[in-house]
Design a protein around this ligand. Structure first.
Ligand code: HAS
Length: 556
């Protein structure tokens, strides 16, 4: 029990300059606005599986695929990265108690805005109905590729802002360990930086010249491969900001403590190393990729499963400490003692619980043979609505319940409404995913406009109906969330926001000697990550014969 009380406490109290807070706040607002805009299309897609067509009620919307593109781009690309651009630099500056470089921060903001405007133009004008998985042969307008490339550049600028402040801090604190909150924030975006290079090459070097008519034909398999090189790691770029909260904030919010500083660092280093060399598991069914390469990526996918498993143990232990400190007894009595009435905590606990199911379905996807059954069925959206759609989205909603009050200085408008939103969302996603998963096992294809499909199968009816019901509940929950955030910004009681970021305590201080010092050598880990990527992708890319066979298709 004494171990549960001896904790390393963050000194706290650093206040960011007001103009930095403003830039970070606006990036978060863009993210949460994208979440809200995207779920309107999400509702339409979910209802279409229940054979209810509301797509016609969207003014200016020309096809199901235009709506599906808008949903994917807004919810998994704009929401997640706008949030991270605001959240990760904020956490870094706060942990290092130093201001960010204001010019880089505002440059990141400006690039994000311009990228968004171009992307929205392309999607809204139906010039880019290529879905969020943008590769050949479907072709989009140049504004789509340049717009998304600029969003990526904005994330690089956010990373630069973090690296600059980290370098300054290291110069002034030679030999000191990087505070954990800063370490995990920087490691998250370092991984994403490496992962995002191929998609930038594909969008700017291959697809933009193609859409501008500078080249006639492109190689679809090459653009798919470059997309999935980035495209699997992207899911961890979405996940890691949520993990930053689960490791470095939630333990404090529940009155617990992180069990081990090094354990957390090792987990993030494993993500840096293993998130990227796994992309072929999205291409198990693609011809033209040697089976040996697919198997290697399959094995590494089981490798990247491990740090999430480790996270489950570590986060659970931190929660248990909190629950026991609050008087929880017995094997599971501590769970009831967690602060379920705190909407920020409740949202994130529910997100974790749903992620257990999301992770389990990921294992099925990753298995080379089982993947053949579920690939391109609704099983896959069932999986990813429990991962990015809940583990990430619900966590980021939970974070908003303290972060928006912290940045605006206004009290959360309604705890009850916020709590209701999280519970409705969780119930909704469980019904939704149950529908998608079971219908997927019956072979219902994903990405079909079932409301008007000329082929159908009665065995999909139950799954389709559950998808529609669950999706409607998720929509209602996000509307409630939007209301709470909007009312907090405009009508929350002034001067009542939290004074500080809830930085976790750790049971033991980071070691100042021995092998653990190596953990902080982020440059070294980046080099190891590059070496692993070279092993996993090098043989394929170096021997691949590029065959530009595909002209442009604008199908919808
Ligand atoms: Fe995935 C497809 C494999 C995780 C997202 N995935 C997708 C797609 C998306 C996506 C968007 O191998 C579709 C892309 C498309 O449009 O085609 N995925 C995995 C595996 C994992 C995994 C092995 N995926 C994610 C995450 C995502 C995400 C995370 C978003 C953020 N996925 C695949 C594969 C495919 C795929 C194949 C291709 C399928 C195909 O054929 O098309 C693993 O990383 C999962 C590990 C997770 C765990 C769970 C740990 C649980 C934790 C919670 C602990 C709970 C606590 C609760 C502490 C091991 C950490 C305590 C609370 C109390 C109250 C006590």
């Amino acid at each position: 029990m004494s171990a549960l009380t001896s904790t390393v406490i963050d000194p706290g109290g650093y206040e960011l300059p007001a103009s930095h807070k403003r830039a970070l706040r606006w990036m978060l607002y863009i993210g949460y606005a994208a979440l809200t805009a995207g779920v309107f299309h999400g509702l339409a897609n979910a209802l279409s599986y229940a054979q209810i067509d509301i797509i016609g009620t969207f003014p200016g919307l020309r096809s199901y695929y235009q709506g599906l593109t808008a949903h994917g781009v807004a919810n998994v690309l704009i929401f997640t990265f706008s949030f991270s651009n605001g959240f990760l630099p904020l956490m870094t500056a706060r942990a290092l108690s130093r201001p960010l470089d204001g010019r880089v921060l505002w440059a990141s903001f400006a690039t994000l805005v311009i990228g968004n405007v171009l992307t929205i133009y392309a999607v809204v004008s139906n010039r880019a109905s290529v879905l969020f998985t943008a590769y050949a042969p479907l072709q989009a307008h140049w504004t789509f590729y340049i717009g998304l490339a600029l969003v990526v550049v904005s994330t690089w600028l956010a990373l630069l802002a973090m690296l600059v402040v980290l370098r300054q801090w290291r110069r002034e604190n030679r030999g000191a360990r990087i505070p954990l909150l800063a370490f995990v924030s920087v490691a998250s975006y370092l991984m994403w930086f490496l992962a995002s290079l191929p998609i930038a090459v594909s969008f700017l070097g291959i697809l933009t010249p193609w859409t501008l008519g500078l080249t006639d034909k492109v190689d679809p398999l090459l653009t798919r491969t470059l997309f999935w090189f980035t495209g699997h790691a992207i899911v961890y770029a979405w996940l890691l900001p949520a993990y930053v909260s689960w490791y470095a904030l939630i333990p404090r919010q529940v009155g617990g403590a992180l069990i081990s500083d090094s354990y957390a660092r090792v987990t993030f280093i494993l993500f840096l190393l293993l998130s990227i060399p796994t992309g072929f598991h999205h291409q198990y069914t693609d011809p033209g990729i040697p089976t040996g390469m697919k198997v290697m990526h399959g094995v590494l996918t089981f490798g990247v499963f491990f740090p999430s498993l480790a996270t489950a143990f570590s986060v659970m232990a931190a929660l248990e400490i909190g629950g026991r400190r609050a008087g929880g007894r017995g094997l599971l009595g501590w769970i009831r003692k967690l602060p379920w009435g705190d909407p920020s905590v409740a949202a994130q606990l529910l997100a974790m619980l749903v992620f257990v199911l999301g992770g389990a379905t990921g294992l099925v996807n990753a298995s080379y043979t089982m993947n053949q059954f579920i690939h391109n069925t609704t099983w896959v959206p069932g999986h990813f609505h429990m991962t990015v759609g809940t583990a990430v989205a619900l966590t980021l909603m939970g974070v908003a319940y303290w972060l928006i009050p912290y940045l605006t200085g206004r009290a959360l408008f309604s705890r009850k409404m916020a709590l209701a939103s999280s519970w409705i969302y969780t119930i909704g996603v469980l019904i939704f995913a149950r529908g998608m998963i079971s219908a997927g096992l019956e072979g219902m294809p994903r990405r079909i406009f079932r409301a008007q499909a000329s082929y159908n199968n009665p065995s999909w009816d139950l799954g389709g109906m559950l998808t529609g019901i669950g999706g409607t509940l998720m929509f209602v929950a996000v509307m409630l969330f939007f209301l709470v955030v909007g009312l907090t910004i405009f009508a929350g009681r002034k001067g009542e926001g939290p004074a500080d970021v809830p930085v976790s305590q750790t049971l033991t201080a980071p070691s100042r000697v021995g092998w653990e010092l190596t953990l902080d050598r982020l440059g070294l880990w980046v080099i190891v990550a590059i070496a692993l990527i070279a092993v996993a992708y090098g043989p394929f890319l170096l021997t691949y014969d590029v065959v530009p066979v595909s002209g442009p298709f604008r199908a919808f």
